[in-house]
Design a protein around this ligand. Sequence first.
Ligand SMILES: [Zn+2]
Length: 212
Amino acid sequence: MKETQQLILANMAWAAEQHEFDPEFFTRQMKGQRPEFLWIGCSDSRVAPDQITQAPPGGLYIHRNIANLVHVEDLNLMAVLQFAVETLEVNDIIVCGHYGCTGIIGALDTSATGPISDWLANVRTVHADHRAEIDAMPDRESRVNRLVEYNVRAQLLHLAATPPVAAAFAAGRKLKLHGWVYDLRDGLLKPLMDIDAQSDLDALAKLERVLL
Ligand SMILES: [Zn+2]
């Protein structure tokens, strides 16, 4: 059997199970979505937001890219962000990185070329901003994982400076940004940093050496 056919069969089993345990499930889904959270995470197949948080369908609005980057020039993410903040009115946005991130490893690999290398330029900037500390770490795993953490904090600050989030903060919305790291070794999420309308962005950016 082709492996993609297994996906179709698994889907049929899932749909039947959903209907059996909750006959109104699909009727409710048809009425629209009202997720409480926007999740910005890495594309890594091992870090599946719904599964690791046990969120039901409709629980998370999700954007994923390699190394969970936030660029104001990324039209895809900016559209997702605008819709989540202005239309869905989510009150919490999570930027979630993960230890052992292949994207972060790729950014540290100076031989990388092509679109992936171009995409990871911002991670290399984060690395450059903290090079002395990161490069002094004893092994590659430690260097990668420290950069994973600095990257999440930098992306959270980028997120805070985007127009939809800045407008929501200025309007007094109780929007909160959360920077987390997922640990592949034990499946646990680790909170790193929160930002809300009361946060001193300039002070945080100075601390993290991020240019806003
Ligand atoms: Zn990753």
